[in-house]
Design a protein around this ligand. Structure first.
Ligand code: FES
Length: 137
């Protein structure tokens, strides 16, 4: 291969690599926006009418952590533990989200408080209007 062809081929390769890197970068920054509405009168959500109850919806665990029917009485976190992906559950006695696989624990903000999870659970916003609980990212 002569010098001119080599430079031309190298430039084509670099251009393709840069375009691929830019594409990967844009894909990695893509965030899944969440906008869920839960009807607290629905049979699927009856657990949320009592403190300590929780449901899973769209890979999110939604828990009732306090009594007053208010936005702040609900917590919504990613349901999969950041260690190995097991589903966490809510334990009202300790106000924590516990992972059954390796004893990981998270507080109600999603912060790791025990065990091997390397990072917090994603926390979502909760807002209540009448009997509709809305979860957003
Ligand atoms: S998967 Fe949750 S602590 Fe290991």
């Amino acid at each position: 291969m002569d010098r001119r062809k080599f430079i031309k081929a190298s430039c084509a390769f670099c251009g393709t690599a840069l375009a691929g890197a830019a594409l990967m970068e844009s894909c990695s920054k893509k965030t899944n926006s969440v906008n869920l509405s839960l009807d607290l009168n629905s049979a699927a959500n009856t657990q949320l009418n009592a403190v300590g109850g929780y449901v899973y919806n769209n890979s999110i665990i939604i828990a009732r952590i306090a009594s007053p029917l208010a936005s702040s009485s609900f917590v919504a976190l990613a349901q999969q533990c950041t260690h190995d992906g097991c589903n966490v559950s809510y334990a009202s006695a300790t106000s924590s989200f516990n992972c059954p696989c390796h004893a990981g624990k998270f507080d109600t903000s999603g912060k790791v408080i025990a065990g091997p999870p390397p990072s917090p659970l994603t926390k979502y916003n909760t807002s209540l209007s009448g009997n509709t609980l809305t979860i957003t990212s």
